[in-house]
Design a protein around this ligand. Structure first.
Ligand code: XCC
Ligand code: SF4
Length: 625
């Protein structure tokens, strides 16, 4: 097969990306798009999920000529096992991030750190009450002790169900129970998936797929939800504020530090350190006018939601940010961090610093962050960045101009507050057909597809149809750069959505956080369902991940569907080698669980697909489509 070389315009829809892709070419820097070219064409067995490496009687490749692996596994079994392990990886990622949050809360509660505190006491008490932990007359730290213990228990094997199952509508819980997929413990379901997919265990594709759902539900309703709720307790529950997005947030005359990864435990301390007067003075001594901090990917979303820190870009912008030549240091924790960043940093003067023992990068400097030393380590990292500033080669600096304004900070709490503390205005707007439904557009970039083309166009099409859009993760940067995250964007919305958002003073597309914050959307969906006395699957809702790439994104898709939310993907996971698994995902799940996946690469057709679904759900509720 001939390799097709994409033009720069075909790689991304953005000017800032294109400008940096041109500079990368001039500077001899290789990016994900170049490496994709070297990897193309991809192995067809792997792409369709038909290769198995689960034992050394293999590896096996399932084909017409050889339809069974050495052990006798057929296409359906191999595909289901591969998919099961794929989403177990994603669930592990979100959930282990959640575990790190519990450790921080536990350390705060037990006085093991001075570096973190409880910022939102009201939320601590609210969540404790919700989970049946006594709060009356107790000190916040005492409550936090019990809450961290309660959360830890969600990871083990002693529970029949998760703490936040109290949020799940009864009808949904019954469906889970009937199918035997009520998630019991986060780690338990992940470990069981590894067990089931060992040679000679679960050799029934549908059964393995059901356990995929159970595993991912553990992610959505525990791992991710716990990460979000604790992050709010420790760092504050987000409220609407202005911020900026695109590579233009990098400042020519300042020391530039980028934070990349996922967990606010590291990045929140960096935020504090950059305003340390001593360090600011040091930066000035070195010839900079100050220290500038910007975020990438999900940790960027976290900082933006709570602190309004600007966002330099999403997944495919991470390499290009370094190509500006103006980044002194990039500090990372874990997930979605391309190992190529070290190499690209070396082409300039950019230092890469890792902070988590579970995510070291050869060639990067490791500054281990622990709950008890976060502040000291953050200052150390900022100092390292300042020391790099004189090494910057000003002849090689080129920063795209003109960052775009956006509004961030729509937690469920702030959303409810904007509606006067109740869901009634939203429910009324839905009933009246002014807001016909809501769609969460989430996830990533993938160099196989023109960057953000689908993310942006799907968002635009949906708001035209009076569908409220909620964005998280790497779609945030896409929607922000397209000017969709400001109140003025109601001009691009349909008349009903324009009226409602205009009256509330909110954009037609709401930034709800990072990818673990999709748990906020689950909670909101459950609140809506409970308010109407129906199941989540009865609501005019959908999810979409148009340009997804990661195991985590697949896990999100599965927990969305298993929670009753129809989910669109721009391209299928590696399952198309099995008709059983593919049919289950695209249809079968609908009758079992009340939702399924839809695959459509074209954003305009995808909008129609989602719109159809919303019509059906509206009619089901007795509303005009
Ligand atoms: Fe990663 Fe979370 Fe995807 Fe972005 S959206 S590329 S998973 S950073 Ni979560
Ligand atoms: Fe082959 Fe079966 Fe071993 Fe997989 S588990 S590598 S299909 S023999």
């Amino acid at each position: 097969m001939a390799r097709t070389k994409k033009t720069i315009e075909e790689k991304s829809i953005w000017d800032d990306a294109r400008q940096m892709l041109r500079k990368a070419e001039r500077d001899g820097v290789e990016t994900a798009w170049d490496r994709l070219e070297h990897q193309t064409p991809h192995c067809n067995f792997c792409e369709t999920g038909l290769s198995c490496r689960n034992c050394t009687m293999g590896p096996c490749r399932i084909s017409k000529k050889a339809p069974l692996g050495v052990c006798g596994a057929d296409a359906d079994v191999v595909v289901a096992r591969n998919f099961g392990r794929f989403v177990a990886g994603g669930s592990a990622g979100h959930s282990d991030h959640g575990r790190d949050c519990i450790e921080a809360l536990h350390a705060v509660a037990h006085g093991l750190t001075q570096d973190y505190t409880i910022k939102d006491e009201a939320k601590l008490i609210r969540i404790a009450n919700e989970l049946g932990i006594a709060t009356e007359g107790r000190q916040p730290l005492d409550i936090a002790k019990d809450l961290s213990a309660e959360f830890y228990a969600n990871y083990g094997s002693l529970r029949e169900e998760l703490s936040f199952s109290c949020r799940v509508p009864e009808k949904r819980k019954q469906i889970w129970k009937d199918l035997g997929i009520t998630p019991r413990g986060v780690d338990r379901e992940i470990a069981e998936m590894m067990h089931r997919t060992h040679m000679g265990c679960d050799n029934d594709a549908a059964n393995t797929m059901l356990h995929s759902a159970r595993t991912c539900l553990g992610d959505g309703w525990a791992g991710s939800m716990i990460a979000t709720e604790i992050s709010d307790i420790l760092f504050g529950t987000p409220s609407p504020r202005k911020s900026m997005v695109n590579l233009g947030v990098i400042k020519e005359d300042q020391v530039n530090i980028l934070v990349h990864g996922h967990n606010p435990i590291v990045s929140e301390k960096i935020v504090e350190a950059v305003s340390d007067p001593e360090l600011v003075a040091l930066a000035k001594e070195k010839g900079a006018t100050g220290i500038n901090l910007a975020g990438l990917c999900c940790t960027g979303n976290e900082l933006m939601m709570r602190q309004g820190i600007p966002l330099a870009g999403n997944h495919l912008m991470t390499e290009l940010a370094i190509v500006t030549g103006a980044v002194e240091l990039i500090v990372v924790d874990y997930q979605c961090i391309m190992p190529s960043l070290v190499t690209i940093g070396n082409c300039y003067h950019t230092k890469m610093v890792t902070t988590a023992d579970k995510a070291k990068f050869t060639g990067a400097e490791h500054v281990k962050f622990e709950v008890h030393n976060g502040m000291a380590q953050a200052k150390k990292v900022v100092r390292m960045a300042i020391e790099r500033f004189p090494l910057r080669n000003t002849n090689r600096v080129e920063i795209p101009q003109g960052p775009i304004e956006m509004i961030t900070g729509f937690s469920n709490e702030s959303l409810l507050a904007s509606m006067g503390g109740t869901l009634t205005p939203l429910v009324e707007a839905i009933k009246a057909g002014k807001v016909r439904g809501a769609v969460a557009i989430v996830g990533c970039n993938n160099p196989k597809y023109q960057q953000d083309h689908c993310n942006v166009n799907l968002t635009r099409e949906l708001i035209k149809k009076d569908i409220l859009v909620l964005v998280t993760g790497c779609v945030t940067s896409a929607a922000g750069k397209a000017g969709l995250l400001v109140p003025e964007a109601i001009e691009m919305a349909g008349p009903g959505l324009k009226e409602i958002c205009g009256a509330l003073g909110i954009p037609p597309v709401l930034h709800m956080g990072s990818c673990v914050d999709n748990a906020r959307i689950l909670q909101l969906a459950a609140l809506l369902a409970n308010e109407l006395g129906v199941d989540i699957s009865d609501l005019p809702l959908a999810g979409s991940s148009p340009e997804w790439y990661s195991e985590k994104a697949a896990a999100i898709g599965v927990y969305c569907v298993a929670s009753g939310i129809y989910t669109h993907l721009g391209h299928p996971p590696n399952i198309t080698g099995s008709s059983v698994v593919t049919n289950l995902a695209l249809e079968g799940l609908d009758s079992l669980i009340g939702a399924c996946f839809g695959i459509e690469p074209d954003p305009f057709k995808a909008a129609e697909l989602i719109d159809q679904r919303i019509k059906v759900k509206r009619q089901g509720l007795g509303l005009k489509p």
